[in-house]
Design a protein around this ligand. Structure first.
Ligand code: MSP
Length: 524
């Protein structure tokens, strides 16, 4: 069976990562881990976008050679992914030689197929966005909005990709493939953009006198490739596309992987790059409709309703947040406080609450109480017996319902709802302790069987919840299992998640607090 192939946007290496970058990689990592848990083979590709004007400029400012500069920034990303437990199978760094070879081969093929032409163009150019602007982007008073940064008037010859030849195909494709873009409501933006500027071809080169930090066009040495063309190709170059033709080795078998099941990207890079440039590029390269990947478009994390950006000085450092709330604490917050596809506001109060109230107070407390009681009353040994009553049955039902509801939520990228399902078990199990009052049962010899059943239900519910939460908290969940003295069997998949994971006579491990409470000063 074809592996589940997931990619993310590759991050610009012009500045260190912020919480938005972290969110996207964690989202993809959670999905990759979930798919593995569901029994599928997975290939997860992510990486860094290292060429372009912004990098050239930043490197010059830092007095570094661009490669040195991008290597330094790349290190920040790699270190962060390691810290956050983002585990990928392929690393797409666009300055890698195998990638450059594929980009050049694609350019040559498109050139030979008559898909590229050279033409002069005069107009306004945004240095920050590295693109020519049209009148549509201009304000009524003739000025340009801030997002474009410095705008200069330029006249230059460049190479163009005949994107306009593929626009009719793209419109038809979008109409007949309602799944192409998730969530579907974002499709309108693409349709509108296609109506507005569908007749414009894509400039795919930059003259070397202006930009040297890029991949040279194989058929015209005075130009380098436009950074977006280069960057989008990562999805196939690192998946083994044209590997044999260009002599690349050690890459996956492209035929097995492609098409990607999901390109995970932010809403800002849907239109035009991923929804217009990318499918038309693939179409021009000869990919069929069934070989166009699905786009999973997430929203943005904002800060007090505004954009998180370096320029406004409000960058939230994911490294610091992971230090304060543990990497899994940060992952948990980033997954539960946003609905995939929509924006969310980052809030220190809310991450503090997610950590202290839900992880420490909810899950951590459940684990501690269970282990303490089991240790005190039964020397940490789980006993399975015939005792049953409505309270026990009702907890079993909550667990079974949550397990059943979890997968459809995760499959449809509603990770926050997947967490909600798992949390029903945590809440019910904590309530179960209040209802059954094991500390009272322990004082009454005649209630011994009931106490055994109560403890066993708690341990089993905890074991099950660690499986559901494993993709979200891949460090804390194994640690909980360690305290339960239980290891997830090798190759365990969700279909095996049924009541009875913990056998009779099972010896529980030692309890130690997993989520020590964070005080306000420490977070501030
Ligand atoms: N290099 C391009 C992508 C090329 S993909 C072939 C790029 N890089 S980026 O570093 O600016 O952004 C990387 C990803 O992070 C994008 O998907 C972007 O949407 C996402 N985010 C950047 N800021 C974000 C938030 N504040 N919130 C959520 N995601 C955000 O674009």
């Amino acid at each position: 069976m074809k592996p589940y192939f997931i990619t993310t946007a590759i991050d610009y290496t012009n500045a260190a990562p912020h919480i938005g970058h972290a969110y996207e990689k964690v989202l993809a990592d959670v999905m990759a881990r979930y798919q593995r848990l569901a029994g599928r083979e997975v290939y997860f590709l992510t990486g860094v976008d290292q060429h372009g004007q912004k990098v050239q400029k930043k490197a010059a400012e830092a007095g570094l050679d661009p490669q040195q500069f991008v290597d330094g920034i790349t290190e920040h990303f790699v270190t962060l992914w390691k810290k956050l437990g983002v585990e990928f199978d392929g690393w797409a760094a666009t300055t890698a030689e195998p990638h450059k070879r594929v980009v050049q081969a694609i350019l040559t093929n498109l050139h030979n197929a008559g898909q590229l032409y050279k033409a002069p163009r005069q107009g306004f150019y945004s240095v920050r966005q590295e693109q020519f602007l049209t009148e549509k982007e201009r304000r009524e008073d003739g000025t340009w909005s801030e997002e474009w940064g410095e705008v200069v008037e330029l006249e230059e010859e460049n190479w163009y990709f005949k994107l306009s030849e593929h626009v009719e195909w793209l419109k038809g494709f979008i109409r007949s493939h309602p799944d192409f873009i998730f969530p579907a409501f974002r499709t309108n933006d693409v349709i509108n953009a296609l109506e507005g500027s569908g007749s414009i071809d894509l400039c795919i080169s930059r003259p070397k006198e202006r930009l040297t930090w890029g991949i040279p066009l194989p058929f015209d040495p005075d130009f380098v490739n436009y950074v977006w063309f280069d960057a989008l190709v990562n999805y196939i170059s690192f998946a083994g596309y044209l590997a044999e033709e260009v002599g690349n080795t050690g890459l996956p078998d492209f035929k097995r992987l492609w098409p990607a099941n999901a390109h995970v990207i932010g809403k800002d890079i849907l239109t035009p790059p991923h929804a217009i440039y990318w499918p038309t590029m693939l179409h021009a390269m000869g990919f069929s409709d069934t070989e166009i990947p699905q786009l999973i478009v997430h929203g943005w994390w904002n800060l007090r309703g505004g954009k998180i950006s370096k320029s406004v000085g409000n960058v939230i450092d994911p490294v610091q947040l992971a230090d304060t709330f543990t990497p899994d604490g940060l992952r948990f917050y980033l997954m539960k406080d946003i609905a995939t596809g929509y924006d969310a506001d980052f809030s220190e109060d809310r991450i503090m609450m997610a950590y202290n109230k839900e992880l420490a107070g909810g899950l951590g407390n459940l684990l501690n109480r269970t282990l303490n009681m089991a240790s005190r009353y039964r020397n940490g040994v789980v006993k399975i017996n015939d005792f049953d009553d409505e309270v026990c049955a009702s907890l079993r039902q909550v667990v079974a319902d949550a397990v059943a509801a979890y997968s459809p939520k995760m499959e449809s990228w509603a990770i926050h709802h997947g967490i909600e399902e798992a949390w029903k078990i945590v809440t019910a199990a904590n309530g179960f302790i209040e209802q059954t009052q094991p500390f009272k049962l322990a004082k009454d010899e005649t209630q011994a069987a009931r106490l055994d059943a109560v403890l066993r239900h708690l341990v089993e519910a905890l074991a099950q919840v660690t499986v559901l939460l494993n993709p979200i908290m891949p460090v804390a969940c194994p640690k909980i299992r360690e305290q339960l003295g239980w290891v997830l069997p090798e190759g365990f998949t969700l279909d095996k998640l049924t009541w009875g994971l913990i056998p009779d006579g099972h010896q529980l491990g030692q309890g130690t607090p997993l989520f020590p409470r964070v005080e306000i000063e420490a977070a501030g």
